[in-house]
Design a protein around this ligand. Structure first.
Ligand SMILES: Nc1nc2c(ncn2[C@@H]2O[C@H](COP(=O)(O)OP(=O)(O)OP(=O)(O)O)[C@@H](O)[C@H]2O)c(=O)[nH]1
Ligand SMILES: C[C@H](OP(=O)(O)O)C(=O)O
Length: 218
């Protein structure tokens, strides 16, 4: 199954601007992208990056450049695959799901074989990943897009499977999300995931001094 991975090269991860400089945000976003692409491939998906511009990284998959806003770019990609070419299923997995593992993605892909829409909600009501098999399905990102996508599926009579996954629900948007990345990094060697390694090398560490777990930067 083809797995589209949207990626913005234009001032990425602005919500991390309080802890990362612009060039650091770009490097960190690329590290997360590469980790997601590895997990997608290991889960049996065929990744394709849907980028707003040229990606400054050695990518293991094709790249489609479309500088339209996210919703328009993804809908055009879905239409070209589901509407015209009649592809069975297409997945869309966001490039900031830095906790995504092959097992978590296989759960999503498997749910996508049983419903017209399998959707993994993000905290705060976003849509972190989905598998679509209904040619009339369209996305409407931002805000409580998960609820919007449930409504759209109802309107077109598409069956829905919700994938309740901690790993797929965690998109790295805010500084608090960085702690999740350090807590749930499964790697126990230097060959582990790039994003948590990048954070540690940049001086980030877990910090629980005020009782809640966050991150500090040495
Ligand atoms: N192709 C494409 N991808 C996008 C676009 N906007 C965001 N993305 C990607 O979609 C995913 C989720 O978007 P956001 O969480 O808003 O990412 P972001 O825009 O870098 O973060 P913020 O600047 O904090 O909003 C990220 O992997 C982004 O790289 C867009 O306009 N086009
Ligand atoms: C793409 C967007 O991400 P957010 O802006 O919610 O982080 C969404 O999930 O609708």
């Amino acid at each position: 199954m083809e797995v589209l991975v949207p990626f913005s090269t234009d001032r990425p991860k602005s919500r991390l601007s309080t802890v990362l400089a612009p060039d650091e945000r770009a490097r960190f976003a690329r590290a997360m992208l590469l980790d997601v692409l590895d997990a997608v491939g290991a889960a049996g998906g065929e990744p394709c990056v849907l980028a707003t511009g040229a990606v400054d990284a050695d990518l293991p998959c094709p790249v489609t450049i479309d500088d339209r806003p996210l919703t328009d770019a993804v809908n055009a990609a879905l239409d070209a695959r589901l509407g015209a070419s009649g592809a069975e299923r297409v997945a869309v997995v966001m490039a900031d799901l830095a906790l995504a593992t092959p097992d978590a993605l296989r759960e999503l892909f498997g749910a996508g074989r049983e419903a017209d829409l399998a959707i993994a909600p993000g905290r705060g009501g976003g849509t972190n990943a989905f598998v679509a098999g209904h040619p009339a399905f369209e996305v409407d990102y931002h805000g409580a897009s998960y609820l919007d996508h449930r409504r759209i599926a109802d309107e077109i009579g598409a069956s829905v499977a919700v994938v309740d996954s901690h790993r797929l629900a965690t998109d790295v948007d805010e500084p608090a999300d960085l702690a999740e990345l350090l807590i749930h990094d499964e790697a126990d060697d230097d060959e582990g995931a790039r994003a948590p390694r990048w954070l540690r090398e940049a001086g980030f560490a877990l910090d629980a001094t005020d009782g809640r777990v966050g991150v500090k930067r040495e």
